[in-house]
Design a protein around this ligand. Structure first.
Ligand SMILES: [Zn+2]
Length: 267
């Protein structure tokens, strides 16, 4: 019964998001699958974290749309999220909820999920709010100033956003946790957000496939075509390491951080 309600809720949210242009058609289908599994198998605590991420990131991307439009070229995709982006952010969570459902004794799947959602929420907040920085970003690897929107660039505003995004996920997760573990989970979420997002920036600076559009004379994550329509050519990184995979690895790093801390404390 919970699974049916879960999928109905996921269909409702995905169709609404498609209607308002927050998800593409493939993105809506992917969101029904991942959202249905997380709502249906995990119940209210798992659903609460997914909704925290989905609602807060959608609101932020709408709020600063105009501000970002001027530097939109640097981002691989528009604000309409496709299936790659949905699976990159929610795929790992869907795997954890299935493991949790079939192996209910493993409470660490819940911890892993919190770390994963803290990382994707923190990273999304940083992307959305980092553009508000009055100072240009600095590359995470060597601290050199780079153009706004450059992969691997970090700002102080971005790190405040990372903290805020992880803080919110940790707070919601703590509400659903009893006793002293609630405080631990809150701390795990903040660490997971910081580690996951920094890992994302590191991959962006060093190994992610980055392209150049000769028409716009801009660095971009788009390939083979830029949004202006002209072909882009690679300037650095590994071909297979695209933006979606980087986001997925960010969520994996967040989950790993939370589980690592959980086991370090003797659980
Ligand atoms: Zn272009």
């Amino acid at each position: 019964m919970q699974l049916v309600i879960g999928f109905l809720l996921a269909i409702l949210i995905s169709v609404l998001s498609y209607r308002v242009g927050a998800l593409s058609k493939s993105g809506a289908l992917a969101a029904i699958l991942t959202g249905g599994l997380i709502f249906g198998l995990g119940g209210i605590p798992w659903a609460a974290l997914l909704l925290t991420f989905f609602i807060s990131s959608s609101l932020l991307s709408r709020l600063f749309k105009r501000k970002k439009a001027s530097l939109g070229d640097k981002f691989a995709k528009g604000s309409q999220r496709d299936y790659g982006q949905v699976f990159a952010n929610g795929g790992l969570g869907a795997l954890f909820v299935m493991a949790f459902y079939f192996l209910p004794s493993g409470s660490w799947f819940w911890i892993a999920y919190i770390g994963c959602m803290a990382a994707v929420n923190a990273d999304t907040w940083a992307t959305e709010l980092g553009v508000l920085s009055s100072k240009p970003p600095r590359l995470i690897t060597n601290g050199k100033s780079v153009d706004r929107g450059t992969s691997g660039g970090v700002t102080l505003v971005g790190y405040f956003a990372i903290f805020g995004g992880a803080f919110l996920v940790g707070l919601i997760a703590a509400i659903f946790t009893q006793g002293i573990a609630a405080y631990l989970i809150f701390l795990f979420a903040i660490c997971a957000g910081l580690v996951g997002s920094s890992f994302d920036s590191l991959l962006g600076a060093k190994w992610q496939a980055i392209y150049y559009c000769p028409q716009c004379q801009k660095e971009t994550e788009s390939h083979p075509l830029h949004r202006c329509g002209s072909p882009t050519h690679k300037i650095r990184g590994w071909n297979w390491l695209n933006n979606d995979l980087v986001n997925f690895l960010c969520s994996l790093a967040g989950a790993g951080t939370a589980i690592g801390l959980w086991f370090l404390l003797g659980h």
